[in-house]
Ligand binder design. Structure first.
Ligand code: ATP
Ligand code: MG
Ligand code: MG
Ligand code: MG
Length: 478
């Protein structure tokens, strides 16, 4: 295996010949020598290259500026300079690609996130986004590890589907035209590229219904894949394409579902704390810098690392939707009319309400249960009161809703009636109803928005900054 900068930073220093490939983060000509600081993405750290002009002529080094890509061969030696224990004395430099400093957007100075977003195609080269994407990777790995270690099977739910799992009508159509309007080829056949073989289909909004089919046979399963919502996602919490983790478990009731959600989230955040310390450090410093320019009351009460540790070490608050409404009604925010949206039993909680509960009232993550059935999806198990369903939402500080889940309605008649009440086609979802007709079982599951988790762990304020290729109304260029 070829050595990366991460490897070179860990091996013993023995004046040995090494080869470094990577991008220039900084360079400085100090008269007799040049210092070139390189990073290759394998680590948040950089490696310093020292170029002696007696060995490599200055003219060869002069065009090497920030952003250039190099292959350096040289000796790994102890460094006398501050800030690093080692450096490479260059013996040869091959330039893979130069970067014109008048055009390359990322210079060593600090750039605003807005500026980086405008140059998103090159942002994997920056320290901040290197950290974000490495953490995203580690979280994804931790998620698979958690489920694997706990006896869950990874199942792959379809991207193209005929069902609207949420019944919320937020689907991107794969088929847009009525069959008779679809263009035909010379042989008179419909163009299957435009009609998906003559069927009305859409991009999935959730893999839940399919995951239920698998759980009611395999026991414990999870999906982890892209989902799509045709919503006007101009918020810092919504994307048109996002990744969702959806565990689904036979024989789990709401309580078990909550226990799993809490244990799972704590595990993956703990895993990132343990394995991404250097990347988290970079992000915490960036956030502390950013905080300085904010007003006192807008500042985060805890630095990033402390906040993550707090979440992994303290129990989440659990209460019902009805109790939450009572708290909101009794709050000084309600009395002083500081909420933009009205608070009363039956409303779908707005982000301002969720954040009040989490950030002001409890100051820790909260799990809300037993929501009014009118604001939740058709598949949730109905409570005896006839008004609420066994839903659970997990709310996080700075984010709001991070998980939505429920115990599922396992009773065939009740499920069918609810679908009919809501005008959801029982014919189209015959396969779903079949699971309740044959050997039905209590079962539960939830959906965690992966990007919201990454946002929480990295402290990034905008969801578009935690996915490599954000999709939103104006964002689908590459
Ligand atoms: P919200 O109330 O924030 O719009 P939701 O209730 O519509 O979310 P669910 O259908 O419950 O979302 O989906 C489960 C999880 O998926 C949510 O808790 C959230 O973490 C995530 N999620 C939902 N919509 C989006 C989106 N457009 N972009 C990113 N993540 C999302
Ligand atoms: Mg939504
Ligand atoms: Mg919601
Ligand atoms: Mg939800």
């Amino acid at each position: 295996m070829k050595q990366t900068i991460k490897d070179l930073l860990q091996i013993p220093i023995q004046n040995q010949e090494v080869s470094v490939k990577g991008w220039v983060r900084n360079e400085r000509d100090s008269g007799e020598v040049a210092f070139i600081v390189m990073n290759d993405g394998s680590t948040p750290k950089t490696l310093q290259i020292v170029v002696d002009f007696n060995k490599i002529p200055r003219e060869q080094v002069a065009p090497i500026k920030v952003g250039a890509c190099l292959h350096v061969k040289g000796k790994l030696v102890a460094s006398a300079g501050k800030g690093q224990d080692r450096e490479v004395l260059a013996e040869s430099i091959e330039i893979y690609g130069l970067a014109n400093p008048n055009e390359y957007p990322f210079q060593p100075k600090k750039h605003s996130l807005e500026f980086v977003r405008e140059n998103a195609h090159l942002r994997s080269r920056t320290a901040t986004f290197g950290a974000v994407f490495r953490i995203r990777h580690t979280l994804a790995y931790a998620i698979h590890k958690y489920f694997n270690d706990n006896g869950f099977y990874y199942v792959h739910s379809p991207i193209i589907t005929a069902s609207d799992a949420e019944g919320a009508g937020e689907m991107f159509q794969v088929t847009t035209l009525p069959l008779q309007n679809i263009p035909k080829n010379e042989q008179g056949e419909v163009d299957f590229k435009q009609d998906f073989f003559g069927r009305s289909t859409n991009l999935t909004v959730s893999g839940q219904l399919e995951a239920e089919l698998m759980a009611l046979g395999l026991g414990k399963v999870y999906t982890f894949g892209p989902t799509f919502r045709a919503e006007n996602s101009n918020t810092t919490r919504h994307l048109a394409e996002f990744w969702m983790i959806e565990p689904e478990m036979a024989f789990y009731e709401l309580q078990d579902n909550m226990d799993l959600a809490e244990d799972f989230v704590k595990y993956v955040i703990g895993y990132a704390l343990e394995h991404c310390a250097e990347d988290l450090d970079i992000l915490e410093k960036r956030l502390l810098d950013e905080e300085k320019s904010k007003k006192q009351e807008e500042r985060s009460p805890m630095p990033l690392l402390e906040k993550l540790k707090f979440v992994t070490q303290n129990p989440f608050e659990r209460l019902t939707y009805t109790e939450a409404i009572e708290i909101l009604l009794a709050s000084p925010y309600h009395k002083k009319k500081k909420f933009q949206f009205e608070v009363k039993w039956g409303i779908d909680l707005q982000s301002e309400h969720e954040r009040y509960l989490v950030e002001k009232h409890f100051q820790k993550p909260v799990i809300l249960t037993n929501y009014p059935k009118e604001i939740k999806a058709f598949y949730m198990k109905q409570n005896e009161d006839g008004k609420t369903v066994r839903a659970m939402d997990v709310l996080f500080p700075g984010i709001g809703e991070i998980i939505g889940g429920s115990q599922r309605e396992e009773n065939y008649e009740k499920l069918k009636n609810r679908m009919e009440e809501l005008g959801i086609s029982t014919q189209e979802l015959w396969w779903y109803l079949d699971t309740r007709k044959f050997g039905t079982a209590p079962h539960s599951g939830f959906g965690l928005g992966f990007e919201r988790l990454v946002q929480f762990v990295t402290g990034m304020g905008n969801i578009r900054d935690v996915i490599p290729f954000p999709r939103y109304p104006k964002g689908a260029e590459f």
